[in-house]
Design a protein. Structure first.
Length: 462
């Protein structure tokens, strides 16, 4: 199909096969795998620098709060995939992102002030006093974090819409190289001159920020050189009005907001459970290992959005692919969690002390079904986004929130479970509730479409 005036960015949802779908999805999985690798890399280097427990806990607190502020723009990836149909719709989405960038950067800047940060981490979250100072330093380093991630994900969404998923993966490889380069520099500097080197939490914060900057620049370059010149302004280039765009995006963003808000909420629960200090250090390592598996499942949402089709012509192949993906990831995670593999990971790769490993392994075992749950969540969320029914995603977020907060409040009060295991139980329970509501929402959409089709057929016969 030749592109010209009025041509869509790409052919609309051609019928796909498992092989075609795998080729389309694999670079998206690579993107999320790289983000999954980044977290253990950061934790692993911090764990190998002096006073590791304090610096690991400080980095987790600061990064968790930064992710909460960033969370509204995480779904720019799905929004860009669904809505960037041409030049006009891209300009509309870019203006939308400009507003978010100014708003979220301002919130981050205000929160980084000592009086505000101390109140949030001390009075609200109950973070130990010796962790709060280093955490504020990391949080201040990450001030541009939300804006840069938002723009990168918008450009990556446009690349996905254009079918250029390999370039999406390439931007993340470039980002990972930059992050690891920063970490390696910090570690070597410490080995050569420990008296002048940066502490672990600063090494982690600066390396993360370096990767974010480089990744955003790469995404912009690929979008500008590979996609922007092909964007047309024809009838296929549908632009949502500002109110319509907000109605579409806000419920979608709530899914990411809740996922990332869960980090400080879980820190709240850990801080009030048994062994809070050690659990605050162990939990981020468990979570980063779990993210290596669930990140692959998260990548499936954009594939569903891009490939579902107006008449669900690809639904069966997407469902089969999702079952294969979720089942395979869960089996691998089960093998790792219930064999000596997890001990090797936590000891030799993450560099945890024996007392931290004793807390990390049971928490990982509790999370064994998370890859399957996240795959299902990605599949049903992608269906609802492709149907422009993001309002139903809000219901699933509400279920997640209720279950998470309830378990975080109840378990520390009435049990003697270690904080890391409390976090694992609450996280798994909340995600189970969210998936249940998404399945219910999809069934509602199906019933509604069948009813509309029956009514239309009846009118036609008359």
């Amino acid at each position: 199909m030749e592109r010209g005036e009025g041509a869509p960015l790409r052919p609309e949802h051609p019928t796909t096969t498992l092989k075609i779908l795998f080729g389309f999805w694999l670079p998206l999985a690579v993107m999320w795998i790289i983000m999954g690798i980044e977290q253990p890399s950061l934790n692993g280097i911090i764990a190998r620098l002096p006073n590791a427990a304090v610096h690991l806990a400080a980095f987790e607190v600061a990064f968790g709060l930064a992710l909460v502020i960033e969370s509204p723009i995480i779904q720019m990836l799905s929004a860009g995939t669904a809505l960037v149909l041409g030049r006009r719709s891209y300009r509309s989405m870019a203006r939308f992102m400009h507003v978010w960038a100014v708003l979220l950067t301002s919130i981050h800047l205000i929160t980084s002030r000592e009086i505000v940060f101390s109140w949030i981490t001390g009075s609200v979250l109950g973070v130990p006093a010796d962790v709060r100072g280093p955490a504020q330093t990391v949080f201040s380093i990450l001030i541009p974090f939300a804006a840069l991630v938002g723009y990168r994900r918008l450009w990556q969404g446009a690349l996905i819409r254009a079918g250029k998923t390999k370039l999406v993966a390439r931007t993340m490889v470039i980002r990972l190289i930059a992050t690891i380069g920063g970490l390696a520099t910090g570690l070597v500097w410490h080995r050569i001159s420990p008296d002048t080197s940066f502490p672990g939490h600063v090494v982690g914060g600066l390396s993360l920020m370096l990767g974010i900057v480089v990744g955003a620049a790469a995404a912009w370059w690929y979008f500008r050189t590979q996609v922007l010149h092909d964007l047309a302004e024809g009838p296929q280039d549908v632009v949502k009005a500002p109110k319509e765009l907000l109605a579409f995006y806000i419920p979608l963003s709530l899914t990411s907001i809740m996922t990332l808000v869960s980090r400080p909420v879980l820190a709240f629960g850990i801080s009030r459970s048994v062994q809070p200090f050690l659990s605050l250090a162990a939990w981020p390592v468990v979570q980063s290992l779990m993210f290596l598996f669930t990140s692959i499942a998260l990548s499936y949402q954009e594939a569903v959005v891009a490939k579902m089709g107006e008449t669900r012509e690809n639904e069966e192949v997407l469902r089969r692919f999702g079952l294969l993906l979720g089942g395979t990831l869960t089996i691998l995670f089960f093998i790792l969690g219930y064999t000596g593999g997890s001990a090797i990971w936590f000891d030799r790769i993450a560099g945890l002390t024996p007392e931290l490993i004793e807390l990390a392994r049971p928490a990982m075992m509790i999370l064994v079904l998370m890859p399957f749950l996240v795959t299902g969540r990605s599949y049903f969320s992608g269906i609802l986004v492709s149907r422009d029914r993001t309002d139903l995603l809000g219901m699933s977020v509400a279920a997640n929130t209720v279950v998470l907060v309830t378990l975080v409040m109840v378990l520390p009060r009435f049990t003697e479970i270690a904080g890391a295991s409390v976090a694992a139980i609450a996280f798994a329970g909340a995600n189970t509730a969210q998936l249940t509501v998404l399945i219910f929402g999809d069934s509602r959409v199906r019933r509604r479409r069948r009813l509309d089709a029956a009514v239309s057929a009846g009118v036609a016969r008359r």
